[in-house]
Write a protein that binds this ligand. Structure first.
Ligand code: SF4
Ligand code: SF4
Ligand code: SF4
Length: 342
C-alpha cells in the first residue's frame, strides 16, 4: 500500500471509530478488501471495532452513494405504508466520498433520495482510480496473484512472473478526464487535496461524434454485441434506484428480455437517456461489467450535450434543479423543432 493510501486508511478508520463511539452515527459506509487481488467491496461498520476493517486504495471503484438510501432506510424504525414518518431525528450514517461519489450524493439530495442532515461525509480527493482490466491487459493474460501499490507504480506478481507498471498507465478512462476529483460536499476532508487539471475532457466523445453516422452505429452495435443483459451496470449505478426498472416490467413490457441485438440496443439507449444530465461519470457501471463494455461513453455523450446545451453539470449544487427537471424560456430547442425541407 502506498504511504498516501496508508495514511488515508488510518484517518478514515480513526474518524469512523470516533463517530461510532460518540453515537453521532449509527453506521459507517466505506470499503473493505475484496476476495481477489485488485478488488474491494462496500462495507458497513456498526461498532467502533469494525472500523479496523475499513481500507482505502486505488481499487475503491464502486460508488458508495448507490448503497446510501437503503442503508438510511434500514436504520429507521419499522413502519407500514400508511404510517406517518417517524417523529424526531433519525439515525445518521457516515460515508466516504470522492469527487464523483459526492456529486452522486448531491443528485440524490436533489431527487429527495437522501437527507443531507442524516449524513456525515468524509471527503477524499481521488488521484485517479485504477482499472483492473488495464492491469490484466498489462499482465498479458497471466493471472495476477498480488498487486502492490507504490506512489507511482503498481507491482504485479503471479506464478513465475513479476511486473512493474506505471500507475498512471492503468488509471480508469473516466478518471483521466475527470474535472471534479475533489469532493463537492463534505464534513471532513481526509488526505491531500488534488490539483489535477484536465484538458480535452470530452475528447473520447468528440472522436466518436466525428465518425460518419454508419460508422458510429457500427461502433455502438459492436460495443454492445457481447452484452449478456446481466444488469450489473444498472445495479452499480446510484441513479438507477427505480423500484421496478423498465427492463423488468412485464405489464407493459417496454423492451424484450433477450440478448437479441435490437432489445440490447434499446436497453442501453433508454438507460443512457434515463441518466441524462444526472450522470457524474463515476465509472461504477463500467467497472461492474463482466464483458468489458464501455457503456459509460453513452452517458458521457449526454453529459457533454447537457453541458453544451444547458451549461449543466450533474451534482455540483444541491440547490440547483437537474437540467431535465427544469425549463428556461431561452433553452436551446433546435433538437426539438426540425424545419421541414421543401
Ligand atoms: S435504467 Fe431507468 S428505469 Fe431502470 S433503474 Fe435505471 S433509471 Fe430506473
Ligand atoms: S451511469 Fe455509470 S458513470 Fe454515470 S453515475 Fe451511473 S454508474 Fe456512474
Ligand atoms: S454489465 Fe455489461 S454485460 Fe451486464 S448488462 Fe451491463 S453492459 Fe451488459
Amino acid at each position: 500500500m502506498s504511504d498516501t493510501n496508508a495514511k488515508i486508511t488510518e484517518e478514515i478508520r480513526a474518524k469512523a471509530r470516533e463517530l461510532l463511539s460518540s453515537g453521532e452515527i449509527a453506521a459507517f459506509l466505506g470499503f473493505t478488501s475484496g476476495s481477489l487481488p485488485m478488488t474491494t467491496r462496500p462495507f458497513v461498520a456498526k461498532r467502533p471495532g469494525d472500523a479496523d476493517k475499513l481500507i482505502w486504495n486505488s481499487f475503491c471503484v464502486m460508488n458508495l452513494a448507490n448503497y446510501l438510501p437503503a442503508l438510511l432506510e434500514s436504520l429507521e424504525p419499522p413502519r407500514g405504508p400508511k404510517d406517518p414518518p417517524p417523529a424526531g431525528p433519525l439515525p445518521k450514517v457516515g460515508v466516504v466520498a470522492t469527487g464523483c461519489c459526492s456529486r452522486n450524493i448531491v443528485v440524490q439530495m436533489q431527487e429527495r433520495q437522501v437527507d443531507r442532515s442524516r449524513l456525515v461525509i468524509l471527503g477524499v480527493s481521488s488521484r485517479g482510480m485504477v482499472d483492473r482490466k488495464k492491469v490484466m491487459a498489462a499482465a498479458e493474460g497471466r493471472e495476477p496473484l498480488k498487486v502492490e501499490e507504490g506512489g507511482h507504480t503498481l507491482k504485479v506478481s503471479g506464478r513465475d512472473y513479476e511486473l512493474e507498471i506505471d500507475r498512471w498507465s492503468a488509471v480508469r478512462d473516466n478518471c483521466l478526464t475527470c474535472a471534479h476529483n475533489n469532493p463537492v460536499i463534505s464534513d471532513y476532508l481526509i488526505g491531500p487535496v488534488s490539483n489535477r487539471d484536465v484538458k480535452d475532457r470530452f475528447a473520447q466523445i468528440e472522436a466518436i461524434e466525428a465518425m460518419p453516422a454508419n460508422a458510429r452505429w457500427k461502433w455502438f452495435t459492436d460495443e454492445i454485441a457481447s452484452c449478456i443483459r446481466c444488469y450489473a451496470c444498472r445495479n452499480a449505478c446510484p441513479l438507477c434506484y427505480c423500484p421496478t426498472c423498465f427492463v423488468d416490467d412485464s405489464r407493459p413490457q417496454w423492451v424484450g428480455k433477450s440478448t437479441e441485438p435490437a432489445d440490447t440496443a434499446l436497453f442501453h439507449i433508454l438507460r443512457a437517456f434515463h441518466c441524462a444530465g444526472r450522470c457524474t461519470d463515476c465509472g461504477a457501471c463500467e467497472s461492474a461489467c463482466p464483458m468489458g463494455i464501455k457503456m459509460r461513453l453513452f452517458t458521457r455523450k449526454l453529459s457533454k450535450d447537457a453541458f453544451n446545451l444547458f451549461g449543466a453539470e450533474a451534482g455540483l449544487d444541491p440547490q440547483a434543479q437537474p437540467p431535465l427537471a427544469t425549463y428556461r424560456p431561452d433553452d436551446p430547442e433546435e433538437f426539438l423543432i426540425v424545419e421541414e425541407k421543401k
